[in-house]
Design a protein around this ligand. Structure first.
Ligand SMILES: Cc1cc2nc3c(=O)[nH]c(=O)nc-3n(C[C@H](O)[C@H](O)[C@H](O)COP(=O)(O)O)c2cc1C
Length: 221
């Protein structure tokens, strides 16, 4: 697959079939993703791939927790600034509008939104997931490295006919994830990523983007 096609066809898929993802494919993708760049080649990502019974157990534990209204685990990092300023605040509400109108949910229907959100912890039905950790001693540049790594994984998944959804939602139940993957204490969970084959019945609206001029300036003579 052409890189442009991989970039353009990657999107956060929130509806997967239960078709298993062959472990050799995941190994091939993650083997290639090792070549993602990182400052001074620190390679600060630490990945746990979870499938089969452990993933089913994790989904069950997490969805039961969330459905019971359990409080989130203590945050290790803030997902967004408390006061999100312009233009980010508008972009976030536009995203919410797109996402919930695709599901036919009214903005004010808090319960339906909660039900849709719970699908996060069922990996939107995906049969495979990875959990991305980073050493808590590392700083912002290394978090950026991890982002590059994750995008590399997502593009390689497209080349294999697979889709993905990166999910910070998993950080809200990080202790449940830790119970299953048993990471060493020095690692903190950044996000999960659901992986699988897209359910053709998934209803979605393609999430838009700001026009090029809004985020890119060409400085030249
Ligand atoms: C680091 C990161 C965390 C995300 N966390 C979630 C999440 O918890 N749940 C979810 O449904 N989508 C999540 N997303 C997906 C974004 O909402 C999505 O990438 C964005 O709206 C753009 O849409 P697109 O990826 O479909 O083009 C996350 C994306 C990133 C990069």
């Amino acid at each position: 697959m052409d890189v442009y096609d991989a970039v353009k066809s990657r999107r956060a898929v929130r509806g997967f079939t239960d078709e298993p993802v062959p472990v050799e494919v995941l190994q091939r993708v993650l083997d290639a993703a090792r070549w993602a760049p990182s400052g001074s080649n620190l390679q600060p990502w630490r990945i746990y791939v979870v499938t089969g019974e452990p993933l089913e157990r994790l989904k069950k534990l997490a969805t039961e927790r969330v459905a019971a209204g359990d409080p989130w685990d203590e945050r290790e990092y803030q997902l967004y600034p408390r006061e999100l300023k312009s233009p980010y605040v508008e972009r976030r509400s536009e995203f919410g509008r797109e996402r919930y109108s695709a599901l036919g949910i009214e903005r004010e229907d808090w319960e339906a939104r909660q039900r849709a959100a719970i699908a996060n912890w069922d990996c939107f039905g995906a049969p495979a997931a990875l959990f991305c950790y980073i050493d808590r001693d590392l700083g912002r540049p290394q978090w950026a490295d991890v982002g590059m790594y994750l995008q590399t994984v997502m593009l390689l998944l497209r080349a294999e006919g697979l889709h993905s959804c990166p999910q910070m939602a998993w950080s809200q139940v990080r202790e449940t994830v830790a119970d299953v993957v048993q990471p060493p204490d020095e690692l903190m969970l950044f996000c999960g990523m659901s992986i699988g084959y897209q359910d053709p019945g998934e209803s979605y609206i393609r999430t838009g983007r700001a026009p090029l001029e809004e985020t890119v300036s060409f400085v030249s003579d």
